[in-house]
Design a protein around this ligand. Structure first.
Ligand code: ZN
Length: 197
């Protein structure tokens, strides 16, 4: 079974989600939700999904990037995006700190803003302190695409969407992104839409 993904305009996507108690994290209801979120993320070919996107204003996100999603991309583009395989994991009640304030600008999409993409500047590396699905404390140090996914999903838990941070001149229809930019360098897109690198 997959869950309905809420679309931009639904108030739940703009609320600050509440943290969970350890007792809640270990409950059957939350574990069932995590299973359904994993299924929903995989069904939508996404690399992350936050609970507000399925209508639950609680601080849970699931993340996974599998090799199959990357096979359409040439090696130099995977390298530019810092994209590597990320095993499935759960991020609960996260606290994010920027480790490297230098930003990287790449295209990003969101299943809650279906059918669009835009260039979004993000911190190059971040540190996330969170709990896992067993309520155990975890520290994640992430760079590249993984750091981007974490920033995107944790933004969801704070009611923020990528359109709040995007370079608006680069906002585009997903089909045009797929046709013209998916396998291209983001520097070419920056030149096209911003007239600079
Ligand atoms: Zn999203």
């Amino acid at each position: 079974m997959k869950l309905k993904i809420y679309q931009v305009g639904e108030p739940v996507l703009r609320q600050v989600a509440r943290p969970l108690t350890t007792e809640e994290i270990r409950s059957a209801a939350i574990h069932q939700l995590i299973d359904l979120m994993r299924e929903t993320m995989r069904d939508s070919i996404g690399v992350g999904l936050a609970a507000p996107q399925v209508g639950d204003s609680i601080q849970i996100a699931v993340i996974e990037d599998i090799a199959e999603y990357q096979k359409t991309l040439p090696a130099h583009i995977l390298a530019e995006r810092g994209r590597k395989t990320i095993p499935f994991h759960v991020v609960i009640s996260p606290l994010i700190t920027v480790e490297e304030s230098a930003t990287v600008t790449l295209f990003e999409g969101c299943r809650s803003i279906d059918g669009f993409a835009a260039l979004v500047p993000r911190a190059a590396s971040v540190k996330v302190e969170c709990l896992n699905e067993h309520g155990e404390a975890r520290i994640i140090e992430a760079q590249g695409w993984y750091a981007r996914i974490l920033q995107h999903e944790i933004d969801h838990l704070n009611g923020t969407l990528y359109i709040d941070k995007m370079i608006s001149r680069s906002f585009m229809n997903k089909d045009i992104y797929t046709k013209n930019w998916h396998t291209k360098s983001a520097n070419d897109a920056k030149r096209t839409f911003l007239g600079k690198t």
